[in-house]
Ligand binder design. Structure first.
Ligand SMILES: Cc1cc2nc3c(=O)[nH]c(=O)nc-3n(C[C@H](O)[C@H](O)[C@H](O)COP(=O)(O)OP(=O)(O)OC[C@H]3O[C@@H](n4cnc5c(N)ncnc54)[C@H](O)[C@@H]3O)c2cc1C
Length: 390
């Protein structure tokens, strides 16, 4: 292990992907996670080729092949139940973009990343409390009073990042949207809904998604104008599955069948933040949701965190303690335009998905049909992180 000593705060998808990429590049790192053990409250994640390609290069191909479901298509249905748009995500997508499009349980993805990280460098039960720097090094102070000195600090600590708070005085803003997420055993799905297809039904002010993830289960994901005020203390809560059933009462038959079979249902209030004008300040930078939280409607949050991780590890390869701040600026230049574009595309998608009844829906369906074409997805799935010359 060589070069600058990197401290990664947060062992979510972004922090673990960065640790795996630093490990592969031989860059010295330590990861500090506030939780005492790595658990996962989220259910499913869609991994698109822009993230699957770098994950394959990090050695995750066997784990992904073993656990994830290759999705063959994404199918959007309108409020009437009829088809609106379809994206072919199977062989055509895989050949064109060099990797499959996957549905996966988040715990399986986290475990696959965790396995690529040196366990002696992962420190659990270490909530970050403060960040101090003098230009030469950065001192992290944890809630228990212990400290750690590093040449580079990466805030991969999610939406309510303590590292971001040390750099920028902004706070998350409630988006006005809430989502339900639950898991459905595949054998409880109607026979016609068991194909490896991500299905979405749009309705006034709400939409419903169902796609297979690993372990013989499907994810049920439903976004809706909030049924409850955003929680003050916590941003997600377990709810009675009957709430999900009631929220989609009267919808198309397949949706009703999925909601009735859903288990482990949680409700999330969705928060958002304005794009930053800088992620890297001196020896400190941000990654993943800490840098660019995004609404989940383009299914890109985790994918963008992986792109960040690979890019940052590439920028730090061959770096010295002295030039590390310049490398962090290079990372910012490479990643900020891309992440900001995806962030704003996710917001636009949120507006499309939640139109009230009316003539705008017909125009929306035209846009969705155009966006469903693989040519229109090339900017998203064809992006290649980590190509910066050292
Ligand atoms: C409902 C919903 C559905 C989604 N669906 C998708 C999808 O299909 N595809 C997709 O790509 N993305 C999806 N996302 C987005 C995705 O989950 C996030 O973008 C992604 O998990 C971000 O990863 P991260 O590592 O930046 O943050 P996180 O996964 O939030 O990890 C942050 C880590 O930092 C730790 N931490 C926090 N504070 C501290 C501290 N002070 N000290 C130490 N550690 C700390 C946390 O415990 C956590 O382990 C979805 C999001 C939501 C809300």
């Amino acid at each position: 292990m060589s070069g600058p000593r990197v401290a990664v705060v947060g062992a979510g998808i972004g922090g673990l992907a960065l640790a795996a990429a630093l490990d592969a590049a031989g860059t010295a790192y330590e990861v500090f996670e506030r939780a005492d053990r790595l658990t996962e409250v989220g259910a499913g994640v869609q991994l698109s080729p822009n993230a699957v390609r770098p994950l394959h290069r990090l050695g995750l191909r066997p784990a992904l092949d073993a656990r994830a479901v290759r999705l063959a298509a994404a199918q959007i249905h309108g409020w009437s139940g009829g088809p609106v748009a379809r994206t072919e995500l199977g062989a055509a997508c895989e050949v064109r973009f060099g990797a499959p499009y996957l549905g996966m349980h988040r715990a399986d993805l986290r475990d696959a990343l965790h396995a690529r990280v040196d366990p002696t460098r992962l420190h659990l039960g270490r909530p970050l409390a403060r960040v101090d720097g003098d230009g030469e090094e950065v001192v992290l102070t944890f809630a228990d009073g212990r400290t750690h000195r590093a040449d580079v600090v990466v805030g991969a600590d999610g939406l309510r990042s303590a590292v971001r708070a040390a750099l920028v005085p902004d706070t998350p803003v409630f988006s006005g949207l809430g989502v339900f997420r639950g898991l459905v055993p595949m054998d409880r799905l109607p026979a016609g809904a068991r194909a490896p297809v991500a299905r979405m039904w749009l309705g006034p002010g709400r939409h419903f998604v169902c796609y297979p993830v690993s372990g013989g289960r499907a994810l049920a994901f439903a976004a809706i104008a909030p049924l409850r005020q955003p929680p003050v203390e916590s941003w997600s809560a377990t709810v009675d599955p009957a709430e999900l059933v009631a929220a989609f009462d009267g919808w198309h038959a397949p949706v009703a069948a999925v909601t009735r079979a859903a288990r482990e249902v949680r409700y999330w209030a969705l928060w958002d933040r304005e794009p930053l004008t800088a992620w890297s300040v001196g020896r400190v930078t941000l990654l993943g949701d800490a840098a660019h939280p995004m609404l989940p409607f383009l299914a890109q949050g985790a994918n963008q965190a992986v792109e960040d991780a690979v890019e940052l590890a590439s920028c730090l390869t061959g770096a010295s303690r002295a030039n590390a701040p310049d490398r962090l600026l290079r990372y910012q230049q490479q990643r900020m335009p891309r992440a900001t574009a995806v962030q704003s595309a996710s917001r636009a998608q949120a507006r499309h998905m939640h139109l009230a009844d009316g003539p705008e829906q017909a125009a929306r369906d035209v846009v969705l049909r155009q966006a469903a074409d693989l040519d229109a997805r090339a900017w998203l799935y064809g992006y290649e992180p980590g190509q910066v010359a050292a």
